[in-house]
Every structure is written in C-alpha cells, then in structure tokens.
Design a protein around this ligand. Structure first.
Ligand code: NOJ
Ligand code: CA
Length: 554
C-alpha cells in the first residue's frame, strides 16, 4: 500500500495480521453443559494455531446476565462463571502467547448491564445524585425525553419508576441505545473516564494485547440530545432500520476518548491495539478513528456490505485505501462476524438483497450452492488484500447461516423487541460442530442454541484429514498469504484484464482475480495458479477462471 504518512507504529504486527474472532459462548464447550467456555478455547489453541493466525479476538467473556450475549457486562474485571475463572483466562493468554498468537478482548464502554453495581447504586441513590450522573438519566413529563429508538427495536428510553417503585422517580427516564438491560454511560462524567482507564490497565497488566471497542461511534451524544430523523421505532421505518446516523452517533467528542486510551496503551507499547467497531458509512469519517494518536484499526463494514457487486467492491476498496493512507493506517478486511448473516448465505441471494433482519424458516432462503462458491471466492480475494484480515469462528469450516432455528429457541433481544419483525442474529451464533456425531458435536446434548441435523456434516474432525476440505483450503490460503507477505504488500488494479465484472489486482508479485460475472474469464500472461476457490484450467500461459471463482496467480 502506498502510504503517505509515516507513523511511530509503522512496523507493528497488527498492520498485516490475520485475526480470528472467538465468540466464547459458541466456540468450544469443555465440560459439555452446552455453553462454550475458556477451557474450551484452551483445548483448541493448537487448532487455532494451525490456521496461521496472528491473534484471536474474544467477544465478551465477563460476568453478564446475557441480555445481549455478554454485551451487557455486570463486572468488567472478572470472567463469566459459566465460562471459567480469571485463572483460566490467564492460562488462555499464556497458552496463546506460547503459540505466537496475541489476544484481544472486547471492550464494552457505551453501556453496562443494568445489574452492574454502578447502575444498581444509581437506582438506589435517587434523582440528581452523583451515582445517577454516571448514566444518562433525564426528567421528562411529556413521555420520553426525545424520539430516539433502540437499535434492537422499541424506544431508547425506559422509565425509572417501575424499577425502583419510588414516587420521586416519576417522569425520570434512562437512555439505552440497545436493550433496556444495557443503560448508556454518561461520558461527560470524569468517573466514567477513570473507570475505563483502570479497566484498560487491569487487562493490559494481565497480558492482553489489545481491545476491540464495541459501539466506538456511540459513546458521546449530541449536546441537548435533539430528536433524530428516524424516530422511536427504527424497525418499522423502511430501509432505515440499522442506519446509525444522527445525534446519537459519530460525534466529534468520541475522538478525545480514544486519544486518552491511546496514551494509556502507549504506556505498554505501540504493539497494543485498539480496534473500532464503528458503523460509520463515510470512509473519511471512519478513517478519523485510526489517526496516529487514536485507534489502530477500524472494521471495514463498507466492504462487508459491498456484496457481490464488482463496481461497488472496487469503489469501496479504492476509497478505504485512499482514506486510510491519508492517516497512515492499515485497512482491515472482514466478511463475517456475530452480528451479520454468515457470508456464504448472504452471497446466496441476489446482489443487494437485504439480510439485516436475519433469516427465519419462513423467509426466502439462500441458494447455498451458489452462495458457497461465491463465499469461498470472496474469502480468497479478501485474504489476498494488503492490510489486516479478520475471520469469524466457523468461517473456516464453511458454515452457512442457520436459517431454520425454531423461533422459540431465539435469544437475540431483537426478535422480542421488534415484536417478531426481525429474526435477529442467532443464526450466525449457533455453536460450532467439532465432532461428527449429530447427537453431540461437542456441546453435549443441549447446546445453548440448537444445532440443526445437518450441522455435524461440517464437523472440524471430519474436515481435518480431508485435504480438499474447506478447513484445509482456509489453512493453505492463510499460510500462503503469510509466505508471500500479502498482508504487508501493495495494491494496484490491473485494468482491462478480464472485463468489468472480473476484478484483477496485483499485490507484489501475486495477482488476485475474482470473477463476479456470468462468463468464464481468460487471463493470459499474469502467472500460474497458486491457489483457487474452484476449478480453474491452465494451459499455455492462459488461465480460465469460471464464474463465481477466485484465484491467486504468481
Ligand atoms: C455491537 C456488538 O457487536 C453487538 O453484538 C452488540 O449487540 C452491540 N454492539 C451492543 O453492545
Ligand atoms: Ca461449558
């Protein structure tokens, strides 16, 4: 990548890393109670290592009532007892480090759980107390203080009186951009700042290498909390459902917080990472989060959302590279995570089809034959790009979204809060299949989300010894990315090589090709096949790449 700015973190590992997201509840269950745990992650460290990863990022592992699968933290300094103990967690950090893998954890600073001691103290202390000032309490006699809606459906304000039963709380409300069990912190309060500085040091002292920052664009709200353009029930407003724009989002004040945190991390070193989860559509504004004195990386959600649309993909790649170069930050690439429909299933719909509400058994279903081909091709193209690449657990097994979960099994608060309008995110959170036994794939007989009958056919143990399995394809791909230094490589489009629907680019001496058109593409003189997602043919210096297929040439 042609960088225009020199930074003090120029040579850091995270600039070209491959980072694997562990969603602990669903990763691996060591004691068979149906819930993933820390010992389960420890058991699979060699498996993770076999994917040539640089780091793992672990979604929230803290004590939590699980109103939002751990993104409602009731104690920031401990481990959820269902998952294990702090001693287990220390062992996990040590085991990962011994294998050359870094460990990132999930920092949830926009809100705590309503069961956090601070929120409980705030309720007990009464209106206008210093305890209440740590959260966003407001007085309003005329319904909610403004028209904001919760991301999970319904209003973003809840009344206080039903929680305390006290007369003095009549007409008092508290803000929760997410579920009512997730009250928003007041980032104007210095105690909140101090609390999170201490939190950072607590985990950095335990050896943590960095943090993925949840809702990084939400912490500071516009002065006076003005109404937004969407209104209180965002899931009933067509096409605007998950837009995170307006007075609650991406306010300039958030950057002061990240400068403050960066200076704490710098006490430990520039190798410590902050990664922004910020759904900010404008690549210019997103790049502001990764200026030298702020975060290290920001997830590139524009790329995740570009879909099977060659023009859009090109545009997103170009704009994110240009904006990140402006601030000297590496680009990140991501196709799946615990909040979106798994990408092989997304690509099984017409390009542009909206899967933001999740997929239920009675919704249109993806064409998995095509989705798997496109998903695999897109993965190969993505891992060839320079910068840092993220993968979400199970992606390496070729898992599709589970679209036939029984409605009564659903746990995502979105399903209830939208009055069953949006299915939500459970379909990408089903526990991973490790063993090929349908009665117990590794989570005992009662996994916390049920696994469909066909799940065992994706089992890691079956894929392990099959050289042609999806898992072994992923291993080869990531290893080759490392051998050819693609993460720290360069990028330039090769124009006109295969027509408008075929993206062809050069990264150092590797050529990346993805055929997003309908016809086979013939590419001559660009090198021979290093790895392919499908069946390409090679003769006399010409490589024939069928539709829905990617290849690296070199
Ligand atoms: C983003 C997380 O990725 C998501 O899972 C969670 O529900 C919200 N932030 C609220 O914390
Ligand atoms: Ca368990």
């Amino acid at each position: 990548m042609s960088e225009q700015v020199t930074r003090s973190d120029w040579d850091q590992w995270w600039r070209h890393a491959v980072i694997y997201q562990v969603y602990p509840r669903s990763f691996n269950d060591a004691n068979g109670d149906g819930i993933g745990d820390v010992r389960g992650i420890i058991e699979r460290l060699d498996y993770l290592k076999s994917l040539s990863l640089d780091a793992i990022w672990i979604s929230p592992h803290y004590p939590s009532p699980q109103a939002d699968t751990g993104y409602d933290v009731s104690d920031y300094h401990d481990v959820n007892p269902d998952y294990g103990t702090l001693a287990d967690f220390d062992e996990l950090i040590k085991g990962a480090h011994e294998r050359g893998m870094k460990v990132l954890i999930d920092l949830v600073p926009n809100h705590s759980s309503d069961q956090h001691e601070w929120f409980q103290a705030a309720l007990a202390a009464g209106p206008e107390s210093k305890e209440r000032d740590r959260y966003m309490f407001r007085y309003s006699e005329d319904g909610a203080p403004n028209n904001w809606g919760s991301i999970f459906g319904g209003p973003a304000w809840s009344p206080v009186e039903p929680l305390t039963g006290k007369e003095e709380d009549r007409n008092w409300w508290y803000l929760h951009l997410f579920a009512p069990e997730q009250p928003d912190f007041n980032w104007q309060n210095p105690e909140v700042h101090e609390f999170f500085r201490d939190y950072l040091r607590f985990w950095l002292d335990r050896g943590i290498d960095g943090f993925r920052v949840d809702v990084a664009h939400g912490l500071v709200k516009a002065e006076g909390l003005p109404d937004d353009a969407i209104g209180p029930d965002r899931w009933t407003v067509t096409d605007q459902e998950i837009t995170e724009e307006g007075p609650a989002w991406d306010q300039d004040g958030v950057h002061d917080i990240y400068r403050e945190w960066r200076s704490v991390l710098d006490e430990y070193g520039r190798d410590r990472v902050l990664v922004a989860e910020a759904w900010v559509g404008d690549p210019k504004r997103l790049a502001d989060y990764v200026r030298e004195d702020e975060m290290s990386q920001a997830f590139n959600f524009e790329y995740l959302e570009a879909g099977w649309r060659p023009g859009k993909m090109r545009e997103v790649i170009d704009s994110t590279m240009a904006e990140n170069a402006r601030v000297g930050a590496p680009v990140t690439w991501v196709l799946s995570n615990h909040d979106v429909v798994r990408h092989p299933s997304r690509f099984g719909f017409e390009p542009g089809y909206d899967t933001d509400s999740g997929i239920g058994f009675d919704d249109p279903q993806p064409d998995l034959e095509i989705g798997m081909k496109r998903g695999k091709a897109m993965s190969l193209f993505t891992f060839g790009l320079p910068g840092s690449a993220y993968l979400y657990q199970g992606e390496e097994l070729g898992l599709p979204e589970v679209t036939d979960l029984p409605d009564e099994a659903r746990q995502d608060p979105t399903w209830l809060r939208t009055n069953h309008k949006a299915r939500g995110r459970d379909g990408c959170r089903v526990p991973l299949p490790w063993k090929a036994d349908p009665a117990d794939t590794g989570f005992g007989e009662n996994p916390w989300l049920p696994q469909p009958d066909y799940w065992a056919s994706y089992a890691a143990e079956t894929q392990e010894d099959d050289p042609d399995s999806f898992l072994n394809f992923y291993r080869r791909m990531i290893a080759l990315r490392g051998e050819r230094d693609l993460g720290s490589g360069s990028f330039e489009w090769i124009e006109g090589a295969g027509g408008d629907d075929v993206l062809v680019a050069r990264n150092g001496d590797t050529v990346l090709v993805i055929n997003m058109g309908e016809d086979e593409a013939q590419l001559s003189g660009l090198g021979s096949v290093l790895i392919t997602s499908g069946d390409v043919e090679e003769a006399n210096g010409t490589v024939s790449v069928p539709a829905n297929t990617a290849v690296w040439l070199g």
